[in-house]
Ligand binder design. Structure first.
Ligand SMILES: [Fe+2]
Ligand SMILES: [Fe+2]
Length: 164
């Protein structure tokens, strides 16, 4: 890896892999959620995540490469923990279960926010303004998804989970 562009491509492959894993996991998260607002939030973010993948494919194209993923151990670990939680969640109190799902999902969102922030900055440095704009759009959606989860957790779930 010699140039900022090499590093950019490396990180792009990393998040492409991550997004593909995320769209496989979000339906399971929605299925495991008890509260309908949380279920809907996961379903909506699944649709957004499909757009994130499309935008990444556009960025690959702008960089003159075919879209490809590179296995990312970090997101793999975060998602595996979430899956483990889902597996055991049936035994949990539903409100506590929802709170745990939110905790798992927010780890994923923060990971994405970190990567998209870096990629956007790199794209700007590389003079790839259109790519930077696409990455910023996704970054905004990740931040909104994170805030939405905080809102759901704060408004109802954590309170109910605390009473359980
Ligand atoms: Fe995403
Ligand atoms: Fe996300």
């Amino acid at each position: 890896m010699q140039t900022l562009q090499d590093l950019f491509m490396n990180q792009l492959k990393d998040i492409y892999y991550a997004e593909k894993e995320i769209i496989k996991t979000l339906p399971k998260m929605a299925g495991a959620a008890s509260q309908s607002s949380l279920k809907k939030a996961f379903e909506r973010h699944l649709e957004e995540s499909e757009r994130h993948i499309e935008r990444l494919e556009q960025v690959f194209e702008m960089m003159g490469e075919k879209a490809s993923g590179k296995k990312c151990e970090a997101i793999e670990g975060i998602i595996d923990e979430g899956k483990e939680f889902i597996k055991n969640g049936k035994k949990f109190n539903p409100d506590v279960n929802d709170a745990g799902l939110i905790a798992a999902a927010q780890r994923v969102e923060h990971y994405e926010i970190a990567v998209y922030g870096t990629l956007r900055a790199f794209a700007e440095h590389l003079g790839q303004e259109h790519a930077a704009e696409l990455l910023q759009r996704t970054l905004n959606e990740e931040k909104q998804a994170d805030e939405k989860l905080t809102g759901i957790a704060g408004s109802t779930i954590n309170e109910k989970a605390a009473d359980a």
